[in-house]
Design a protein around this ligand. Sequence first.
Ligand code: ARG
Length: 442
Amino acid sequence: MEDYISSFSFDRRLAPYDIEGSIAHVRMLSAKRIVPSKDAAKIIRGLKSIGSDIAKGKRLPKAEDIHFAVEAELVRRIGDVGKKMHTARSRNDQVVLDLKLYVRKAANDVIGKIVKTQKAVLGCASKNSSVLMPGYTHLQHGQPLFFAHHILAYGWMLERDKGRFKDTLKRLDENPLGACAFAGTAFPIDRAKTARALGFSKTSENSVDTVSDRDFIVEFVFASALLMTHLSRFAEEMVTWSSSEFGFVKLPEHLTSGSSIMPQKRNPDTAELIRGKSSKTIGNLTQLLSLIKNLPLSYNRDLQEDKPPLFDAADTALASLDIAEQTFAGMKVNAERMDEECRKGYLLATELADYLARKGMPFRKAHAAVKQLINSLRINFKFGEDLENVPLSELREYSTLFEQDIFKHLSPRLNAAAKNSYGGTGSKALAVQIRNFKKLLK
Ligand code: ARG
């Protein structure tokens, strides 16, 4: 029974927050004369000494959970006066407080690492600012674009992720302490005082809601799951792009590893593991939602199981951001390989249609004419897949609007550089984008 109900193996990491919360609580009890100030001073000194021992690596004796462990240790150190600490409080509001303090720290840590990763994205884009690559839809060659434009897409995803963690912090910002078991207390406590001491700008309004609420955990883990999903898409591109089939990038040596049997191998293990671990975070979110969905109000012991998925999501997000940052910073981009691919797959077919449309042919008709042309090129394969090599006479079989000047438009680089609609890959649009992105990172 003891082993079964114990959360100590995983909630011991809440110790610093538990102690911080107890100190604020006891200071308030003393100010309100609920506990004599001499006793409160003893308790606070005891709590601080426990805190500094834990910071030095000392472990508390085993207990049912971290709250009982700290209280038992306090009584061991200062005697029966320590038993006054839990006046006008319950483990139910205490655990919500500990978790809020933990999530607040974790969300700020994640935000800090997101910014670092965004800086690495920007560095990667700037370092390779003139590199051209084939852009994809359906993993088929679509249109040429600048590599920097593609890679900056991840920077904007991370910006939205940052916003979601900030949102989590906004809604978490209510002091739960003083909700007690679930109904409040008849002691004349001052919840605004503990709110100020613990850095909350508001105090929760409904004590039943307060001890039942785990929204802030679900929000944090959702933000982590979506962050991991973004990192996983990036990781997937790193795995494929570093394969010999693509050969677009070389991953930093220290982020790859060898095989125990095939001596030639450099496997993209870290990218694969970002992809693999993202599924775990999605699992964490599912676990939390299903943990809560059938719980009657208010506190239920089931809620103890909120901690492992929360801690796992936070640890995974922080570690994966480190790897992603180093990948953005250290990957070597193979511009020639990408250039070579820009000469394949009829990458400028849209440009042929746009050319006809600019000359007055309705776009849908232009699209059909170019489609016919490409179909026949595919069958004959006389001129390869690079439209620059198709003679004008051949083009004119499909529309007499084609003239010599079409070849000016068939360079992948010029084609990409001209796409200057706002947010597009064109050189001018890209410069605006980079300027705007830089502003976010100040
Ligand atoms: N270890 C418990 C948890 O994590 C603390 C709260 C216990 N409350 C109770 N009424 N048994 O949820």
